[in-house]
Design a binder for this molecule. Sequence first.
Ligand code: UDX
Ligand code: ADP
Length: 480
Amino acid sequence: MVKICCIGAGYVGGPTMAVIALKCPSIEVVVVDISVSRITAWNSDQLPIYEPGLDEVVKSCRGNNLFFSSDVEKHVAEADIVFVSVNTPTKTRGLGAGKAADLTYWESAARMIADVSKSDKIVVEKSTVPVKTAEAIEKILTHNSKGVKYQILSNPEFLAEGTAIQDLFAPDRVLIGGRETPDGRRAIKALKDVYAHWVPEERILCTNLWSAELSKLAANAFLAQRISSVNAMSALCEATGADVAEVSHAVGKDTRIGHKFLNASVGFGGSCFQKDILNLVYICECNGLPEVANYWKQVIKVNDYQKSRFVNRIITSMFNTVSGKKIAIFGFAFKKDTGDTRETPAIDVCKGLLGDQARLSIYDPQVTEDQIQRDLSMNKFDWDHPLHLQPMSPSSVKQVSVEWDAYAAAKGAHGLCILTEWDEFKKLDYEKIYENMMKPAFVFDGRNVVKAEKLREIGFIVYSIGKPLDPWLKDMPTVA
Ligand code: UDX
Ligand code: ADP
């Protein structure tokens, strides 16, 4: 029986291993983590992450061939294949701060593997890492090997949160990078055999190590670039009276372009896009390619611009000040169907509004109050950020309340902002919400989920991203 151990029971490691266990009953899969509370949650009825379909997958194989354990060393020692799926955040200090990936967790995982291993192992990079990480890991392992042989593979994960299970069941492709040596090829084949249990062979791409590592960064950069492109267009649409939904529909009809990832929004978030582009920028700079670095940097700058443009629009619409005004925030997660708030645009928008002394009342169906308060009081690394996107003082945290119902959040508010596209926001009783709000009542739809015309009929003043402006907003000065 092949034994797989995955180090890191997070958003990537947990769902990926659960699906491998489900699809490969003959393989034993153990997911380990240094966080005992995370492992306890994985072993309970309340899994530590919210992901549609995940509960069913975990329940059907946990205890059979899927296990979660905090005994990291034991399971690593016993495994044939070790996936490493630890966090690789952006460095916040020292060389490369604000851009380079922080490989502290990765390096300590590699040293631990070297320490405990007594049999040969295939070590698989699952977390996104800078190009050439595999080489560094290989050095750590071989210099501490005590006779054990290692093969390093890069097998980046392309799942998106909220659709992780679907993405894992039917991936567009599985990418496996390895050394071009007989041992390297054997290792690639061993991992390919795992995926071949359910992924058609033509969708399993085998490349060299560096191509696999770079492809992951490139794919995320391309996706983020599409969003920044359509968001840049949204500003021009508002200025000209065009409708960004119509423009992106027309553009996406070109089969060379395609329709996906062309929804204008308040900005992209999530743990990957910004981090991976920063990483790419850093690699370009380190390789003497400043023009390429600046090209990709611009994708993040437009994303920041979109968030600050949204905040400015709110403030200017509401008579140039939101000081002391209650503003309801609908949605805090970085996208629907997840409770994840990493790099969510809601953080920057809320901080921007708090910077102008608004009172915020936040509702998200999946994000806890603790998480929201933590996100809003945390310092963010300053990377070319406009002033109002800077961290808040503890006193502004008091200006924030978290509600468990959209109606309660909107009660007595002057305006409401939709920052996550949760389906339930489409179905709310906006007449009831209107009645309980201060007048004039504003809606700022950062995800274009509500029908603006219907809301205008109720009496709301509505701003939708990239849509022809409400007559009210046309008369207000715009600050870019
Ligand atoms: C992304 C990649 O899609 C995935 O392949 C990779 O493995 C990890 O990073 P994820 O961050 O989970 O996945 O979510 P994704 O669906 O890509 O959305 C990222 C952000 O872009 C979200 O904030 C989303 O709301 C935003 N977005 C997406 C838009 O603003 N417009 C769009 O058209 C699509
Ligand atoms: P991702 O979104 O990439 O899955 P997460 O932050 O959700 O990232 O998960 C990474 C997990 O890796 C965390 O639960 C963390 O506790 C775990 N982790 C980090 N370093 C180690 C280590 N050396 N050994 C075991 N687990 C680790």
